[in-house]
Design a protein around this ligand. Structure first.
Ligand code: SAM
Length: 230
């Protein structure tokens, strides 16, 4: 328990430190292509008529990408700095300070649980799964992106380091085995492009070309994307 709390404090402090510069970092052609591709992957999960939980909402990327009415959106994050930046961009949406591994913080009754770009790599995996199961209604769906062992450290380029966990598809499947999950899938996602300087559309097409291979060999991705329903 002490270790989990220490990691939580580290992550909050690290993301507070980078919050002002965080969005600009991904404002590149490959970064925009990554986000456009992920936006497309979210179309099914967004069809719920219930509330959507943005677990580890950061600066509100999910709301940058898709329109979600404010009465159906809840964002939760442990970094006050990231939350403040999110509130500036999306003042009518609720983004709260809270730990996604604490069912008390995140509440329940959600039809969809979305966690983008590696939030679970800063938390205890089993506690995150438990928190997610407590948050979702029966048949509620989830879409979670985690760092694979191929994910490069992204915070050191901001001058800050924090412990992160990286998982293989086998480790994730095994962690989920003791939970009652339906339609569980794992695939990989390669972030960024091989070169800077191409148009966003080129990086975007690359994602669609790679997608079938990353279903077959998820661990080749920088991220693993897990989806399913409880
Ligand atoms: C890599 S950023 C991703 C942010 C956002 N989802 C995005 O895609 O831009 C990871 C986020 O996870 C948050 N985080 C880390 N541990 C958390 C926890 N236990 N509960 C809630 N948020 C957490 C961090 O504060 C940070 O905003």
């Amino acid at each position: 328990m002490a270790e989990v709390k220490a990691a939580l404090t580290d992550a909050a402090a690290a993301f507070d430190f980078v919050a002002e510069r965080y969005d600009d970092k991904w404002d590149t052609a490959p970064g925009r292509a990554d986000e456009l591709y992920i936006r497309h992957q979210l179309r099914d999960i967004l069809e719920t008529d219930k509330k959507i939980l943005d677990a580890g909402c950061g600066t509100g990327l999910l709301l940058d990408l898709v329109d979600i009415p404010s009465d159906r959106y809840v964002g939760v994050d442990v970094s006050v700095g990231m939350l403040e930046r999110g509130a500036e961009k999306h003042p009518s949406h609720d983004m709260f300070f809270g730990d996604i591994t604490s069912p008390h913080d995140i509440g329940s009754g959600f039809g969809a649980y979305i966690s983008l770009f590696g939030v679970w790599s800063y938390v205890n995996l089993v506690e995150a799964i438990k928190g997610m199961c407590a948050a979702l209604v029966h048949k509620g769906r989830f879409f979670v992106m985690l760092y694979s062992p191929r994910h490069p450290d992204c915070l050191p380029c901001f001058g800050v380091e924090v412990p992160v966990a990286r998982w293989t598809s086998e480790e994730l499947s095994s962690a989920f085995r003791s939970f009652d999950i339906e339609d569980f899938t794992i695939r990989g996602f390669c972030a960024g492009g091989p070169r800077e300087g191409w148009p966003t559309s080129v990086y975007l097409s690359r994602h669609y070309v790679e997608a079938p291979f990353l279903y077959m060999w998820p661990d080749f991705g920088h991220y693993l994307i897990i989806e399913g329903a409880i």
